[in-house]
Design a protein around this ligand. Structure first.
Ligand code: ADP
Ligand code: MG
Length: 215
């Protein structure tokens, strides 16, 4: 179980400050949806979970172990953004391998696992293709393949399907649902589309007035 307990973060501006509060739980194998207006504090939650921001108060626990003190690279977390997940000039296999140690090459075993995962996502013919030549949906599948090779128990999605056509979007949502179940991931999906939540989220929270509430 991933637990976010009374977590808060304050942005301090010259003339004012704004504080965001978060309480939520995500079970292994569960997709939790986070809805909210633009600027309501959704990405801030993901930055706190991934360690790019340090909370002012509260706890993040995975199966009882605090994560808040770990630097980003040591957190058991993978993130998928709306774009800029990949290095365009590198091929699909290299992009997937980057998820392991931040290097474009791996041991023969790692390379073969990367290719197997790409094949499981029907990307085998693109293993050696620069990702700049792939479609938006294919690129997001490469990014998901990297998540799988990393094999971290927490998956954070920040509106990753915005800009994809409806059928690709549906396919990606289905893939996230499947991967979450198969790998027992704790998946937090930020979206501004209620329909995304209806499609795959077990529970839905809404960010409103600086607080996260069960919708
Ligand atoms: P969302 O992802 O829901 O659109 P964010 O979590 O990115 O919202 O941002 C919430 C609010 O936090 C923004 O409206 C802005 O006021 C503030 N904020 C976000 N990032 C920064 C930053 N780097 N510096 C100052 N304020 C920020
Ligand atoms: Mg955002």
């Amino acid at each position: 179980m991933l637990r976010v307990d009374d977590l808060s973060y304050t942005y301090r501006h010259d003339d004012r400050s704004e504080t965001y509060h978060y309480d939520l739980s995500v079970a292994a194998g569960e997709v939790v949806g986070i809805l909210g207006e633009s600027g309501s504090g959704k990405s801030t939650l993901l930055d706190l979970l991934s360690g790019f921001l340090t909370p002012d108060a509260g706890m993040i626990l995975l199966d009882g172990t605090p994560l808040s003190t770990l630097p980003p690279e040591q957190r058991p977390v993978s993130i998928l953004f709306q774009s800029h997940n990949l290095f365009e000039h590198l091929n699909a296999t290299q992009n997937v391998l980057l998820g392991l140690h931040g290097k474009t090459h791996g041991t023969p075993e790692e390379t073969s696992r990367a290719k197997d995962i790409l094949a499981s996502m029907h990307l085998e013919t693109y293993a050696d293709t620069p990702v700049s030549r792939l479609s938006g949906g294919q690129q997001q599948r490469v990014a998901l393949a990297r998540v799988l090779l990393r094999d971290r128990p927490i998956l954070l999605l920040d509106e990753p399907f915005t800009g994809l056509d409806p059928s690709t979007r549906a396919e990606m949502l289905h893939l996230v649902r499947e991967l979450t179940t198969q790998h027992r991931l704790h998946t937090v999906m930020v979206t501004h589309e209620q329909a995304d939540c209806d499609a795959i989220a077990g529970r839905v929270y809404r960010m409103s007035e600086g607080k996260l509430n069960l919708a």
